[in-house]
Design a protein around this ligand. Structure first.
Ligand code: IMP
Ligand code: MG
Length: 180
């Protein structure tokens, strides 16, 4: 692991406040309905738990885990399902909950795949979005924060599997790269 520091980019209070706002939006948009949250492991887990607590509707949860297919994934965008969902999606208001949309490759592939399972509706909710890095267009309905092209950790996001437990979003800074 390279020598690095973690600087606070979005504080715990800011993140909490924004998750409450997204919860309120979902509660309003899906009034009278049940929503089915699909968490993309592991990164989406912290956000999904906090969000689910702030949705004032009947909520069901499911989890899936995907990984990149070989070393070629960057170009192909094909993802492998490591753990599939337990429940069918047919007829449900599915909200996919992700930590971050970066190139968009993972999500565009995943959303197409989930659409084939005939949900009643399918929307994407991400805590963070890095639009500068987008390679494939993805339709994101709910975004927590739009951030610049920096490497972030915390709230489920990792650097070499560490820092997922930080209660805030931190920027990883490598010495010599500051102010670049
Ligand atoms: P993409 O949108 O297909 O490029 O992939 C997004 C995935 O890359 C996310 O779900 C994260 O797992 C990972 N990722 C992208 N940017 C960051 C970051 O800044 N910190 C940690 N993980 C990231
Ligand atoms: Mg992820």
């Amino acid at each position: 692991m390279l020598k690095h520091e973690v600087k606070v980019l979005l504080s715990e209070q800011e993140v909490d406040k924004r998750i409450q706002e997204i919860g309120d939006m979902i509660t309003k948009d899906f009034a009278g309905e049940t929503v089915h949250l699909v968490c993309v492991l592991k990164g989406g887990s912290f956000f999904m738990c906090e969000l689910a607590k702030r949705i004032n509707l009947p909520v069901s949860l499911d989890f899936m885990s995907v990984s990149s297919y070989g070393s070629d994934t960057k170009s192909s965008g094909v993802v492998k399902i490591v753990k599939d969902l337990d429940e069918p999606l047919q007829g449900k208001n599915v909200i996919v909950v992700e930590d971050i949309v970066d190139s968009g490759r993972t999500l565009s592939y995943l959303m197409e795949m989930l659409k084939d399972r005939k949900p009643k509706s399918l929307t994407l909710c991400t805590l963070l979005d890095k639009p500068d890095r987008r390679v494939i267009d993805v339709d994101v309905k709910y975004t927590g924060f739009t951030i610049p092209d920096v490497f972030v950790v915390g709230y489920g996001l990792d650097y070499d599997q560490l820092y997922r437990n930080l209660p805030y979003i931190g920027e990883v800074v490598f010495p010599g790269e500051e102010g670049k």
